[in-house]
Write a protein of this length. Sequence first.
Length: 479
Amino acid sequence: MTEPAHQKRKRPPTASFVVVANRLPVDRVENPDGTTTWRTSPGGLVAAFQPVMHRHGGAWVGWPGAPGEELEPFVDNGLQLVPVTLSARELEEYYEGFSNATLWPLYHDVIAHPEFRREWWDAYVEVNDRFAERAAGVAEQGATVWVQDYQLQLVPHMLRERRPDLRIGFFLHIPFPPTELFNQLPWRLPILRGLLGADLVGFQLPGGAQNFIRLVRTRLNLETRRDRIQTVDRRTVMAAAYPIAIDAKAMHELALRPETEERAKEIRHNLGDPQTLFLGVDRLDYTKGLPERIRAFGELFAEGLIDPERVAFVQVATPSRERVEQYRQLRDDIDRLVGRINGDLGRLGRPPITYLHTSFPQTEMAALYRAADIMVVTPLRDGMNLVAKEFVACRTEDQGALVLSEFAGAAYELRQAYLVNPYDIDGLKERVLDAMNDSPRNHVRRMKALRRQVFENDIDKWANSFLTDLEQPAPEEGT
Ligand code: F6P
């Protein structure tokens, strides 16, 4: 669509609930003919937060996805959106640089080498300050402001300096690294101080919260007691785990629609009605373990352990951060790997691997989840991985199986998945075969348990538990 008609230009709104995230839920895209379109932003954060915002109302402060856009606040799909402008240089230094070539690899176990560049840090400070300023202008007196993710770790402190009346929460969607890795960061102290501006700092897993508490104790000499930290300005900050969830009911309902079922059948048919359909869905990111997974499938096909006449593997890789060198390299590597396997093992109209470098709307995703038999989610490191939970929510008949990396945050809760170490290619192959050859009875037993987990711990419960803890007054010292 071109400039959407349903958007009304508005005066800057104020709100009692404000979410601050690097991206708005919609990205503004320039078309070659000069027109602009809006599309849903990529990634788990937006998928998880849309329903939270629709339930709570309020304003969403974020970047509209293209450089140099000076946009007024507007309303889209019932949400108040407050754009923050980033110049092309800031995009390069703050987003592609410090956020995605320094913090991202450092926080994901240095799977790729993090680069430490002082000019990137300067841009990170500058842009975080702009987000804080924007949020300070939007929040009503005494409002709750919930800051999201690694791109904005300085915002809690910067915001508190401007607006001590606010209740400030912070949630980190990616892993918080072990102290040995975090300590490599030349700017470790300002990052810790930035986060401590919040009243509540949330992590995906208890290990992340413990790493953070240990760091503030050892690096900032602050007093800590269980999940509480005493700051120098005598505030109490809580640091705890809140594993993020999905809108399980909405996914389930989407999967149940007759048109989804129709489309699922069509997908299987187009793939030659395989006996078993494996599916992978990831952002094209080096943390997702795609080369390892594709190599494992290539070997399984080549060794005759799975039969390309009866088994198909579909891998969807959503384009991501395409100007960052490591991501370009990864794309080339995967193109080559898939090309070689299909070239060696495919026959006319029947490639063993169907590789799609694209993104799909949620309706098509639900159809893919329904069409598949076995979902393969094997990141080398992942904060949570909501795709794994979405797949489970779409298994309306309790069938199929999930092969899941031990290093995805989701493995902490989804214990009935076929868990695997994705670095171990032989182990990965074995696990894929285990999942494929297990009895339907075992599949149903495991899937029922997974579904119970996903439905009992949905996105509303997650948001409510974070926001309830955030609203609680800090306990008196000594209690
Ligand atoms: O979960 C990490 C994250 O950066 C989210 O903030 C975002 O949803 C997703 O990855 C996509 O990344 P980007 O906004 O860089 O495209």
